[in-house]
Each structure stands twice: as C-alpha cells, then as structure tokens.
Design a protein around this ligand. Structure first.
Ligand SMILES: [Zn+2]
Ligand SMILES: [Zn+2]
Length: 172
C-alpha cells in the first residue's frame, strides 16, 4: 500500500490519482481542459503502460508497478498521460515520441523525455532454450519458429550456431 497525503491507497487509486494530477498540470500549462482518461491494470508483457488513444484509456502493467510504485508513478504515468495530451491537441499527425510529446514531458511535467523504462520485464509464458558452445540462450516463440524454419542464429560471444534444446513453460 502506498501512502499519499496520509491516506492508504490501493494501486489503482494511486495511479488514478497520479493520472489526474498530470492532467491538472496539462490544464494549467495549456490553459485548457483535457478529457480525463480512464485507467486500469490490464497491461501485460514488456510495456510498462500503453495509451489507447481512441478509447481514451491507459493500461498500466501491474508487474512493473509492484517493482517500484513510486518510480512507476513518477515516470510511467506522466509518459502515458503525455501521449493523451498530445493526441488531444494534435490528433494522429505527429510521431508518438516526437518533439510535441517531448515538449510535454519537459515543460509540463519537468521530466526528461525517455522512451524506455528500467523496470524488469516479466518472463514470457513460453520460452525456448537454445545452446551454443558457451552458454544457454532463451528464445521467444516467434524467434524459435524462425529458427525452426531455417534462420540461423549465431552466438555473439563464441560465434557458434545456436541449437534448440528444450521448451520452457513459466507457470507464474
Ligand atoms: Zn510512449
Ligand atoms: Zn556462445
């Protein structure tokens, strides 16, 4: 549980509150009134969050939130709200992480506009173990099927080609 203003908050309340704070800052900066986005914790996989522009909805990744709630609130939430703000001003005519988005990050939120995050990525549900002469490698399903269709992968370290050994299922 995270404490904001002395109150115990659920993770969803904490991100929702942070989303509103970010929109309030954008309102003040642009002297405008942006439509508030709904948010939930339905994001899975490698992304910490995604902004679904047409639905005006932000999906956050609970796996990454739990690693460091404070860092998540300070970096991921403004990152996604910035996408919403840019979309409401410019529509789809600008690049997702272009100069407009970067300006919102810098000027509205006072943050450096990083495209990536430092949270650990959850292990894929299904992975494929390969080995070379020096170590084991994990392949995603996509990479594995490419290898099975004949794409050759070479270990950068020992320069030998990777051979499939076993399929791993992560149950968590
Ligand atoms: Zn982004
Ligand atoms: Zn190797």
């Amino acid at each position: 549980m995270l404490k904001i203003g002395g109150e115990e908050m659920s993770p969803l309340d904490a991100v929702s509150t942070q989303v509103s704070i970010c929109f309030d800052k954008a309102d003040t900066f642009f002297k405008s009134r942006f439509r508030r986005s709904s948010c939930d914790f339905s994001q899975r996989g490698r992304a910490a969050g995604t902004a679904h522009l047409h639905k005006n909805q932000i999906r956050f990744n609970p796996f990454m939130y739990n690693q460091n709630p404070q860092a998540f609130l300070e970096s991921v939430v403004p990152h996604e709200v910035a996408h919403m703000v840019v979309y409401q001003i410019y529509g789809l005519n600008v690049k997702p992480h272009g100069k407009e988005w970067q300006a919102v990050m810098r000027k509205v939120f006072g943050l450096s506009p990083n495209r990536t995050h430092t949270f650990e990525v959850p292990p894929p549900k299904q992975a494929f173990e390969y080995h070379c002469a020096c170590q084991t490698h994990q392949f995603t399903k996509r990479r594995h099927s490419k290898a099975q269709k004949g794409t050759e992968y070479i270990c950068k370290l020992c320069q030998s080609s990777l051979k499939f050994s076993i399929e791993i299922l992560n149950t968590k």
